[in-house]
Write a protein that binds this ligand. Structure first.
Ligand SMILES: Cc1ncc(COP(=O)(O)O)c(C=O)c1O
Length: 388
């Protein structure tokens, strides 16, 4: 079967390939410690699971999800934005549910990008910004995230010719993979850039509530003025440990939200109603457990930081998100370097170049593994580095 041109160049998802290698090692008896993927290992609060179970027991919750289930979730999402960021959203027009934010990130380009339009994406970055744009026929222009700029796009270095043709500029803070954060002033600068060139600023913000040392990440929508072309994706995956449930949201500019909503109606039939109901419980319930959960991540972060530094690597202390962005020794390339670590120690880390060419020279460590395993992983890494 001849695949369509639009998919024929697609490479397999890196983590699928890595998973195969890890299965081989495990089959050969290697105790693999996975510090590569960003899938939370802890469950959601029991109130959320109870809400799912209760809703699933109701006979009227199993058909296609109808308006009222969706409506309640949108109201809860709006209440979350009001409580957390002081942002007022109209639940009828300015916020929708998504089957995970990945769905919406992909759709955004499908509804806005024509062939030849530019989409500005952070490099390194979450791969869906670029793959969505490419599938829509767009031209991806990378915005390098460099250490010397605090891992933020330097707006002044975006070529004017590309800015004039750009439809969307993706941002992601707190950032995957670098762990960098930005403040409201930076969002104001980017929004000004968007106004100048008529570009939609799309903030992908699933890590706003995975933060350490009391840090509170802002939302792009706090900085947006009325009429600004601005949207934000958020997700229950990381805030509430619900990655496998597939529940996210898109909020902001009405026209964009409506376009994505319409596309969704052509492609899917909304989330399972009990999942939406449990999402309402997550968004509206007691949020104290999030602080405790963040403490768990913070302890892991500190152990991992201490371990990688003791092993001789250079790494900054992230204020948020789930990752350490570790600089490799000079001259090392991330795929062979991480491959050697995996084969020789059983510790799995993500090569930085997987996130884009400006990720080369780094590797990413995820904090979604229990403390004792991180301790063990750091001990193996330290021993291994002595032999390098
Ligand atoms: C930056 C970023 N955006 C989006 C997602 C996808 O989130 P969701 O589970 O809501 O699709 C991830 C998942 O790792 C991510 O790291």
């Amino acid at each position: 079967m001849q695949p369509a041109d639009r998919v024929s160049g697609s490479k397999p998802y890196f983590f699928s390939e890595l998973g195969k290698r890890i299965n081989q090692l495990r089959a050969a008896g290697v105790d693999v410690i996975r510090l590569d993927m960003g899938s939370p290992d802890l469950p959601p609060d029991t109130t959320i699971i109870d809400a799912l179970v209760e809703a699933a027991r109701r006979p009227d919750m199993h058909g296609y999800t109808l308006g009222s289930g969706v409506q309640k979730f949108r109201e809860a999402a709006a209440a979350f934005y009001a409580r957390r960021f002081g942002v007022t959203l109209d639940p009828a027009n300015e916020v929708i549910d998504l089957i995970g934010s990945k769905e919406g990130l992909f759709i955004l380009s499908q509804v806005l990008v024509n062939s030849g339009d530019v989409v500005l994406v952070p490099d390194p970055g979450y791969s869906v910004y670029a793959t969505g744009a490419e599938m829509a026929g767009g031209e991806v222009v990378a915005m390098p995230l460099l250490a010397e700029n605090g891992f933020r796009p330097d707006l002044s270095s975006i070529p004017t010719e590309a800015a004039k043709r750009a439809k969307i500029l993706f941002l992601n803070y707190p950032n995957n993979p670098t762990g960098a954060t930005v403040e409201r002033e930076y969002y104001e600068e980017v929004l000004e850039f968007g106004r100048t060139y008529d570009i939609l600023i799309a903030s992908d913000a699933p890590y706003t509530d995975v933060a350490f040392d009391g840090y509170r990440a802002p939302s792009l929508l706090e900085a947006a003025r009325a009429g600004d072309l601005a949207v934000e994706f958020n997700s229950l995956s990381k805030i509430y440990n619900m990655a496998g449930w597939r529940l996210g949201m898109l909020a902001g500019h009405t026209d964009v939200v409506k376009l994505v909503e319409n596309y969704k109606s052509l492609q899917d039939s909304a989330s399972f109603a009990p999942i939406l109901a449990a999402g309402v419980t997550a968004l509206m319930g007691d949020q104290e457990w999030i602080e405790e959960r963040n403490q768990v991540y913070q302890t892991r972060r500190d152990i991992a930081l201490q371990g990688v530094r003791a092993a001789g690597f250079s790494v900054e202390t992230p204020k948020a998100a789930l990752y350490l962005w570790i600089r490799l020794p000079a001259g090392e390339e991330s795929i062979p370097f991480c491959g050697r670590i995996l084969d020789e120690t059983g510790v799995s880390l993500t090569p930085g170049v997987v996130f884009g060419k400006h990720g080369e020279g780094y590797m990413r460590l995820s904090l979604v593994t229990p403390e004792a395993r991180i301790v063990e992983g750091m001990a193996r890494l330290g021993e291994w580095m002595k032999g390098q």
